[in-house]
Ligand binder design. Structure first.
Ligand code: SF4
Length: 269
């Protein structure tokens, strides 16, 4: 284990057994959930859009759609996509383009960077404790005087309290502060909501020392859990999309809640 990311921390907290299957055992995944593929294709197209903007290039919607299509279809190579009940592939592809159109019409501030990778030593800024591991991640976008922007796709609008409590945003603020020797000028989430009437919701939030304290507490507990081999499964709504449901000791013995696809994945294993 040479680094930690906020998605690793979140996965460990959601279900430690899935974390183990994914990051320690590195078991192959029999399918890719459509929501992941959708989010990734939107992110790729936005990253390209921002990079072209930074170069001062004119961007047509058709070119933006082509980037989205290319990413979507490249992700279909390998594990099969698994759609939610009633979901249609072309409807999702069109929805992605609708979100990109909404975003491209917005007036954007100056772009400082897009898809910026960071890797910093994890050190508790309050106690000085060195966790002896790097925190890694990507800023989706940094704009204006140093505002971190994160893009999220979701089925429902993310609430302000959800955004205020997102560990990932705390981790990113901390990383920005370590890298730039000052806190970010702002922090916001652009949420593309896959509702009946698709919408784009921009929510601003902020972080302070108290949030960092909570973040380091969680980091410490998660690292202790991983190093101590503590990987209990935790069932919830997320199990329906779990790529490892077929080999999960809890899910395998649960009746009445499996989807047809996860049942066939059980049989395929
Ligand atoms: S099915 Fe649920 S409990 Fe089992 S590994 Fe996956 S997320 Fe965890």
């Amino acid at each position: 284990m040479d680094h930690l990311s906020s998605s690793q921390i979140n996965l460990y907290l959601q279900c430690a057994l899935k974390y183990k299957f994914q990051y320690i055992d590195q078991f192959p995944k029999p399918f890719r959930p459509s929501a992941l593929v959708f989010g990734s294709a939107v992110h790729s197209a936005l990253a390209w859009f921002h990079e072209e903007k930074m170069k001062g290039n004119q961007i047509t919607l058709e070119a933006l759609y082509r980037i989205f299509d290319a990413d979507w279809f490249s992700q279909k190579i390998g594990e099969p996509l698994r759609f939610k009940e009633g979901e249609q592939e072309m409807a999702l592809v069109n929805l992605g383009k609708e979100f990109l159109t909404m975003y491209a019409k917005e007036e954007l501030p100056e772009i400082k960077g897009a898809e910026i990778h960071f890797s910093i030593p994890l050190v508790d800024t309050i106690t000085g404790e060195d966790f002896k591991i790097d925190l890694e991640g990507f800023f989706d976008l940094v704009e204006g005087e140093g505002t971190i922007v994160e893009f999220k796709t979701s089925a429902q609008t993310l609430s302000a309290s959800d955004i205020d409590n997102r560990l990932q945003l705390t981790a990113y603020c901390y990383a920005y502060e370590i890298l730039n020797h000052k806190p970010p000028a702002g922090l916001k989430v652009v949420n593309f909501v896959k509702a009946r009437k698709p919408k784009m919701v921009v929510t601003e939030t902020k972080r302070g020392k108290g949030d960092y304290q909570g973040f380091f507490y969680i980091v410490r507990e998660v690292l202790n859990g991983i190093k101590g081999g503590f990987f209990p499964p935790r069932m919830g709504f997320w199990c329906k999309d779990c790529e490892y449901a077929a080999i999960c000791p809890l899910w395998k013995h649960t009746v009445g809640v499996k989807t047809k696809e996860s049942q066939s994945a059980v049989e395929a294993y």
